[in-house]
Design a binder for this molecule. Sequence first.
Ligand code: 4NP
Length: 171
Amino acid sequence: MTERKTISVMFVCLGNICRSPLAHFIFETLVSKKQLKEYIKIESSGTAGYHIGEKADERSIAVAKAHGVEVKHRAKQLKASDLQKFDYVLPMDQSNYKDIMGLTSRPIKAEIIKMRCFEFSSQPITNENSLDVPDPYYGNEDGFEEIYQLLEKCCVNLLDYILKEKNIAND
Ligand code: 4NP
């Protein structure tokens, strides 16, 4: 088999307990199904440090489980150095995007693309035009199911985008 460079993907929200862990493990499940786990390294983090070391919100764990996705995760905070390390950084909303852009004034390695840029197509719309993945933290379980459905669509299109960009066969 030809040598492949590892691709790295970081999902980001505010607390790293609701949205980004869901996106992380939905995406990881898709990557595993394509037998690409060895080549695509996936993490998630929060722009805030409120929940560092905590497990994902139990409502995120439950909705994922209902769809056959296991969320095994401890929250961590995004670091400026992550922007030099990761190939793709996916903020969930405009506030996350702004916070990420404010972390460093240096040129960064990562492509930073808001998650909902991928809602309808594997060709992302611009960050300026994309909507937010709403924060379900203060809502009820229904909100988590809606977020799951939205993130799943975005993850499918994001994976297509990455595979195309990196010239990896998608079968
Ligand atoms: P997340 O949701 O950013 O999707 O993980 C939140 C979790 C916790 C808080 C806010 C949003 N909080 O304020 O503690």
